[in-house]
Design a protein around this ligand. Structure first.
Ligand code: GDP
Ligand code: IMO
Ligand code: MG
Length: 427
């Protein structure tokens, strides 16, 4: 049972960092397979808090080898500053492996991300402005720069020329910006080559050999199911595949190797950026969830939009990912409500709909149908077993499990590593 995928079941920020870190002590490799430094994963160990953007959360577990897979887009300056930040805090990062096939977020892709958003005006996606979309676009357009290109100056120059050929036309003629000089970009990128060299490796080979030796490999998704470029609320999505299949393409591991797919599920819902969100709250309940849950973006510092739990989305996540388990997080945040509404279905143009509509238009019109569940007032942050939870909290978890279509195998009752109730072991 060596390979597990751990991913976001909603719109990101479900608590993936904490869940990965929790398992990190018992696994041999933790692999990021998509996304880049648009992610912000918080890990709390004792009184220390870490915010990781590009590095897999397993980097904080000494026995674990962290891997950045081929499907990730890498901003070298962010990677190097994240590494030195951890080194300054005494974390050993020397085991990191970086795929030579991962694509590089170049400075011009960060520029294009910001300029594109500005020109979209009120239709903007609300991206993190980190150059994620334009870098994946270059990859698909076959004008991307890969980590391995840093080690061949002539190839690198040709590739940067090819990428900037059209981009400079667009930047100068359409967006009224200055052209970007090829030499300047090449020089900046070459300066990273030596610093990254100790980490660069054939991660596909390493991971497949590890699996053959029965080592335990954990794939950590960034973002979440509803932000997936294929299965999310397109176009209000990120430009990669956080869903389970992305772990195979983004790390070069066959689907037959994956034995468990764990969906991280917040006990309510949040979203950052634009796009539909049926259970979004605009009242004091939404404000309270934001305040009590500390719902502010780790990457951009934006307030997260907050709403009640949406079982339609959870069922959808079970289906598109083939989830075997859920890890329910932030149950403690719901303490103190007399009744907790849970969205069990949508009403779309007067009709009750149980499953996520495939049509964007329908989803934009979806109104939540709520069922009220009784709340609890007792502090649950010290609960260690399911039986320690108040009866109404137990019933809330059981109801969510029934509606969502996969067993809830762990429950988060606080941000710390030990503030977790383990019901079924993941390993
Ligand atoms: P990620 O992007 O999925 O890794 O999640 P983020 O780190 O962006 O956001 C989750 C936030 O919730 C972080 O501040 C975590 O420390 C915190 N957190 C995770 N699990 C729990 C939990 O069970 N209870 C509480 N109160 N906070 C949690
Ligand atoms: P973690 O891993 C929440 C959102 C952005 C925007 C959309 C596209 O911490 O859960 P992008 O910069 O990716 O092109 O932006 O996706 N987004 C996230 N929202 N958590 C994240 O990561 C996110 N990464 C991107 O807000 O709406
Ligand atoms: Mg986050």
């Amino acid at each position: 049972m060596p390979a597990l995928v751990l991913l976001g079941a909603q719109w990101g920020d479900e608590g993936k960092g904490k869940a990965t870190d929790l398992l990190g002590g018992s696994v041999d490799y933790v692999v990021r397979y998509q996304g880049g430094n648009n992610a912000g994963h918080t890990v709390v160990v004792g009184d220390q808090k870490y915010a990781l953007h590009l590095l897999p959360s397993g980097i904080l577990s000494p026995g674990c080898t962290p891997v950045i897979g081929n499907g990730v887009v890498v901003d070298p300056s962010v990677l190097l500053s994240e590494l030195s930040g951890l080194n300054e805090r005494g974390v050993d990062t020397s085991k990191l492996l970086l795929s030579g096939n991962a694509h590089i977020i170049t400075p011009y892709n960060v520029t294009v991300d910001k300029v594109t958003e500005r020109f979209l005006g009120k239709r903007k996606i609300g991206t993190t402005g980190r150059g994620i979309g334009p870098t994946y676009a270059d990859k698909i357009n076959r004008v991307g720069i890969r980590v391995q290109d840093l080690y061949d100056e002539s190839i690198l120059t040709q590739k940067v020329e090819a990428a900037l050929d059209v981009k400079n036309q667009v930047l100068t003629k359409l967006y009224n910006r200055r052209a970007i000089a090829v030499e300047q970009v090449v020089e900046e990128l070459l300066a990273y080559a030596d610093k990254l060299a100790p980490y660069v490796s054939d991660t596909v080979l390493v991971l497949n050999q590890a699996l053959e030796e029965d080592k335990v490999v954990l794939f950590e998704g960034g973002q979440g199911t509803l932000l997936d470029i294929d299965h999310g609320t397109y176009p209000f999505v990120t430009s990669s595949n956080p869903t389970a299949g992305g772990a195979c393409t983004g790390a070069g591991v066959g689907p037959t190797k994956i034995s468990r797919v764990i969906g991280i599920l917040k006990a309510y819902t949040t979203r950052v950026g634009a796009g539909p969100f049926p259970t979004e709250l605009f009242d004091e309940d939404g404000e309270a969830l934001r305040r009590i849950g500390g719902e502010r973006g780790v990457t951009t510092g934006r307030d997260r939009r907050c709403g009640w739990f949406d079982a339609v989305i959870a069922r959808y996540a079970t289906r598109v990912n083939g989830l075997t388990d859920f890890f329910l997080t932030k149950l403690d945040v719901l303490t103190g409500w007399e009744q907790i509404p849970v969205c069990v279905a949508y009403e779309i143009d007067g009709k009750r709909v149980e499953e996520l509509p495939y049509s964007q238009t329908d989803f934009h019109h979806a109104k939540p149908v709520y069922e009220m569940l009784p709340g609890w007032n007792e502090d649950i942050s010290k609960a260690k077993t399911f039986g320690d939870l108040p009866k109404n909290a137990q019933a809330y978890v059981k109801a969510l499990e029934e509606m969502s279509g996969a067993p809830i195998s762990a429950i988060g009752v606080g941000p710390g590593r030990d503030e977790t109730i383990e019901i079924n072991s993941f390993l």
